[in-house]
Ligand binder design. Structure first.
Ligand SMILES: Cc1cc2nc3c(=O)[nH]c(=O)nc-3n(C[C@H](O)[C@H](O)[C@H](O)COP(=O)(O)OP(=O)(O)OC[C@H]3O[C@@H](n4cnc5c(N)ncnc54)[C@H](O)[C@@H]3O)c2cc1C
Length: 323
């Protein structure tokens, strides 16, 4: 892992094996992860293009009624909602909208059909109020992001040429490596996302489940990506929830409602501090004050930062899945 200044100076490089033998970075393309997970399910198990419009509880049997955009109706005994940051199910359960944190991110995937030229490492570049990073995700693809301060989330932009131009403008004075990756990025992979989170305040925010409806991943705990943990936590949620549901359905040692409650209680102590920490780290990394940035580039990153403690939050032990 390498950290550079916006001028291209290498501030620090870390090797995982020097700091913590148990750590490594694995960059996985979203499509690959989703296809891998889906391949383990029976082919008819997933119904695509089924946008949820409305949620309600059936007056007859207490089942949850899900109305889709095409007005078809599903009556569900159990709902595991992993419908992302704008989850209609979370809204129905009384969760407030996620809160914009004051910075946005561009993301994209550079494509190199003849092989990408980068070393297998993560490169971060810290500027003033703008930071970026890139990492190879396969022999032919390189993921990149740029985070920038913006007082407002701004309008949704779908025109890829505008997105590309805006992303390039943010780093046009920087060394050309990042610009060349953006240039190699197909239009349809460039996106701009306002960054949001929602802190799960004890006693104020609703619990993760209501009866036989439960939230997983961003639907429950949207967090900023500054620790790279959102999707990791969604996967952790899934493992814990699967074990709890297994106990309820296969072993019969508790009800489904109890399993969902127990999942929420077990996951909260992991999720809440991570969401807060991710937010604070983001606020620090997005500082644009020249004196603070100079201190960061000349003292904090080169001399004070240690990788081990920074990555401690990625450690998570869990019971293997009971199949
Ligand atoms: C810039 C950026 C960088 C990130 N980097 C990292 C990282 O390095 N590491 C990491 O672990 N995480 C990272 N994350 C976070 C990660 O992307 C999310 O935490 C993760 O995608 C959450 O997964 P999810 O399945 O809960 O939600 P999503 O991936 O958002 O999936 C939600 C699904 O629900 C569907 N859906 C939405 N609404 C409806 C509806 N009404 N009806 C039916 N379906 C619906 C959507 O189509 C989608 O398929 C990053 C996020 C951002 C913004």
């Amino acid at each position: 892992m390498v950290v550079k200044s916006e001028g291209g100076r290498e501030l620090r490089s870390f090797r995982f094996k020097d700091e913590d033998q148990s750590q490594e970075v694995r960059a996985v393309e979203r499509r690959t992860l989703l296809e891998t997970l889906a391949s383990r399910l029976p082919s008819a198990a997933i119904s695509f293009s089924s946008k949820l419009k409305r949620v309600e509880t059936s007056r007859n049997d207490g089942d949850t009624l899900l109305t889709l955009e095409d007005d078809s109706l599903i009556s569900a005994k159990i709902v595991i909602a992993c419908d992302g940051i704008r989850s209609p199910v979370a809204k129905w359960m009384g969760f407030p909208d996620p809160r914009y944190v004051g910075h946005c991110a561009f993301r994209g995937l550079g494509v190199y059909p003849d092989g990408q030229p980068f070393e297998p490492r993560v490169t971060y570049v810290y500027g003033r109020g703008v930071r970026a990073g890139y990492v190879p995700v396969s022999p032919t693809k390189v993921y990149w992001f740029i985070c920038f301060n913006s007082p407002f989330p701004g309008p949704k932009i779908t025109d890829p040429s505008i997105l590309r131009k805006e992303a390039e403008n943010l780093v046009k004075e920087w060394p050309s490596e990042l610009l060349s990756i953006i240039e190699s990025t197909p239009d349809d992979t460039i996106i701009r996302t306002p960054l949001v989170d929602r802190w799960l305040w004890p006693g104020i925010t609703p619990p993760a489940s209501a009866g036989k409806v439960v939230l997983v991943g961003d639907a429950w705990h949207p967090m900023t990506p500054n620790l790279g943990q959102g999707a990791c936590c969604a996967l952790e949620d899934a493992v814990v929830l699967a074990n709890k549901l297994g106990e309820a359905i296969k072993v019969g040692s508790m009800s489904v409602e109890e399993a969902f409650r127990s999942y929420g209680e077990e996951r909260w102590p992991r999720i809440f501090p991570l969401s807060v920490r991710a937010n604070l780290v983001g606020a620090l990394l997005q500082i644009d004050n020249p004196t603070v940035c100079s201190l960061r580039d000349n003292v904090i990153v080169p001399k004070l930062v240690r990788l081990g403690p920074i990555l401690e939050h990625t450690n998570f032990d869990f019971e293997p899945l009971q199949v």
